[in-house]
Design a protein. Structure first.
Lengths: 232, 110, 283
């Protein structure tokens, strides 16, 4: 009898231990769920759809990037003379980048955009609109007046007195852009887009498609003092 | 055990018929459910304690539902409907737990 | 609580406590007391119990049916969406990791193979950094623009936010983000990222439908613009700019969020390279 009681007590203790462990586990799980919860369940449907689109777009971008990287790697690894192949790739990259950054003159098909501002109402941000629209439509090289446009080009000033990267420019503004002429033209002339905005401010915008044009303006490559590559 | 059988019958009928609850009845549904559960647990416990009485069973269920519904209805009119509904559910819920505990004591310790 | 047959009772504290702690329905007690322990079977006992139990079962079933009918498609769709978003997010994380790994490996192979072309490599590195292709870190400025908080979001019975009658109108558009970016470049920024998307030579900030797109990727408020550069020059320049005063005014007039703070360590990701299709070097 006493053994029976002893064993029963052991059994109970064991059961209690298991239950407490489960309780602790459940508590941790719940806390983790509540704190780490990314709030997704509380978002509206619209927001969720938006986030989904966002993530899918990024995923596509990344897949493309991965394909290109694998391609480059394969090229290097399959080449007989790895040094030469790498050098070739590097030279090609460097050439492309110097066009994008504006350190060399560039040529190709594109558009010439003339923006007239008789009322002097167009300001730096309106002009920036034109450039941004061109960028968004795939322009690979842009020249604004006599200034080559690049990533860090800034438009400053006041309506009627616009400066590009510190250089004053006067209307009518002539913008050259290399890219697909049709796409660039269409982008500027979307109803309610840049062309309409310019016209509403009393200006005029004319787009001439060109099978080939040359962008002569160049800029010097700045030296970054504060930005340094991560992981170097 | 006729009670248990009848309970099952009622559940089956409800699942088969799948009646649509009219909108004006919706806020009272939770109370009806909790009152129903309370009646069931109270009845089972009374049965185990040998004090079950059919009349009390039915009358307590019906009156619980009616009184609770009245309270919630008044509350709705006065603007505290959902809070009173919560209160009713809480109180009846406590009773359910108490009865369940008593049943448990009865069943597992004979 | 029914108290069958007894006269008005004083509800004492003890009774209240009993009510809550050990709620044996006084009805049963009273009935039992009345019958003084003898079990009396009345003709209506069985049918009454049966009827009562049927009603109870019916009520429970109806409630079940009702709840599961009125948790309509919307809830299911919502849950599906949430799990889709979670899957998509984890896919993006995996892909990012893969891309970063490949990029690092390509870098390694290349630098080994280009051991003798120091100058080319150095120029390429600098160009890649300026073009926004390499991840960078450094001190700088962070500017935040946020849509004003809506006072309340409509919720459904389950307390989840549901689609309101109208979607929140946007006060901040692409132009606003662009203005800030433009100002930062003017103040000497060396690298800028908007909501974690690095700006490159070909990235544009535009508005499409309901969202601001940066480099063709949609983003949403709050808009976080990180710029690496001289923190002091950046903040002095930015604080004194027309852009800053415009948004300060908007913040007090229309409740948008606007702030800018110096940062000692910003990490900006690199962006993907876009191959040139139309431009070539002019000779």
């Amino acid at each position: 009898m006493p053994e029976r009681a002893g064993r029963r007590r052991q059994a109970f203790t064991a059961i209690i231990a298991v239950l407490t462990a489960l309780l602790g586990f459940a508590i941790v799980l719940q806390v983790r769920q509540n704190s780490g919860s990314d709030n997704l369940a509380n978002l509206r449907e619209d927001d969720l759809v938006g986030i989904l689109d966002d993530q899918n777009a990024r995923a596509d971008r990344l897949r493309q990037q991965i394909a290109e990287l694998e391609d480059s790697l394969r090229q290097l690894q399959n080449s007989g003379d790895r040094s030469a192949a790498a050098r070739q790739q590097a030279i090609q990259d460097e050439r492309a980048l110097s066009i994008l950054l504006g350190t060399v003159p560039a040529a190709g098909p594109g558009v010439q955009v003339t923006v007239a501002d008789p009322a002097g109402k167009l300001g730096p941000e309106d002009v920036l609109d034109v450039v941004e629209e061109l960028r968004g439509a795939g322009a690979e090289a842009i020249q604004f007046g006599n200034v080559r446009v690049s990533t860090d080009t800034a438009f400053t000033g006041n309506p009627g007195q616009v400066s590009v990267d510190g250089t004053a420019v006067t209307a009518p503004y002539v913008v050259l852009a290399i890219g697909d002429p049709k796409t660039l033209d269409t982008a500027l002339n979307i109803p309610g887009g840049v062309a309409d905005a310019v016209r509403n401010a009393g200006g005029q915008l004319r787009v001439d498609e060109r099978a080939s044009l040359t962008i002569e303006a160049t800029r010097t490559l700045p030296t970054p003092h504060y930005a340094s590559p991560t992981g170097h | 055990m006729i009670g248990a059988l009848a309970l099952v019958v009622g559940i089956v009928v409800g699942l088969i018929l799948r009646p649509t609850v009219p909108t004006w009845l919706e806020p009272y549904l939770p109370i009806a459910v909790v009152a129903a559960l309370d009646a069931v647990f109270g009845g089972v416990r009374a049965q185990l304690d040998d004090v079950f009485d059919a009349k009390v069973f039915v009358v307590s269920f019906v009156s619980n539902v009616l009184v609770a519904a009245l309270i919630v209805y008044l509350g709705d009119k006065l603007g505290v409907g959902s809070q009173l509904s919560t209160a009713v559910v809480v109180v009846l819920g406590i009773r359910i737990f108490g009865n369940a505990a008593a049943i448990r004591r009865r069943v597992f310790r004979a | 609580m029914s108290s069958a047959g007894q006269g008005p009772r004083h509800v004492t504290t003890q009774q209240l406590v009993d009510l809550v702690l050990d709620p044996r329905d006084p009805g049963y007690e009273a009935a039992a007391a009345r019958h003084a322990g003898t079990v009396r079977r009345r003709w209506y006992d069985q049918p009454l119990v049966a009827a009562g139990a049927v009603v109870v079962g019916f009520v429970l079933a109806v409630s079940w049916v009702h709840t599961h009918r009125s948790a309509p498609q919307a809830a299911k769709v919502h849950d599906q969406l949430v799990s889709q978003v979670r899957t998509a997010e984890s896919t993006v994380t995996d892909l990012t990791r893969t891309a970063a790994g490949l990029s690092a490996e390509l870098e390694r192979v290349r630098s080994r193979a280009l051991a003798g072309s120091g100058r080319l490599v150095r120029t390429l590195d600098r160009e890649q950094l300026l073009a926004g292709l390499t991840a960078v870190h450094g001190p700088g400025l962070e500017v935040t623009l946020a849509e004003p908080k809506t006072s309340s979001t409509p919720t459904d019975a389950a307390g989840r936010a549901t689609r309101g009658p109208t979607t929140t109108p946007h006060i901040l558009i692409d132009r606003d983000v662009r203005s800030v970016v433009n100002q930062l470049w003017s103040d000497g920024a060396e690298a800028i990222a908007v909501n974690g998307i690095r700006l490159t030579t070909t990235s544009a900030i535009r508005f499409a439908g309901d969202a601001v797109l940066v480099d063709l990727l949609p983003i949403s408020s709050p808009y976080r613009i990180d710029a690496i550069g001289n923190p002091d020059t950046l903040i002095t320049g930015f604080a004194a700019s027309d852009v800053a005063s415009r948004y300060q005014t908007m913040a007090s007039a229309r409740g948008i969020g606007f702030s800018f703070t110096q940062q000692s360590a910003l990490d900006l990701p690199g962006s993907a390279n876009t191959p040139l299709r139309y431009a070539r070097v002019a000779k």
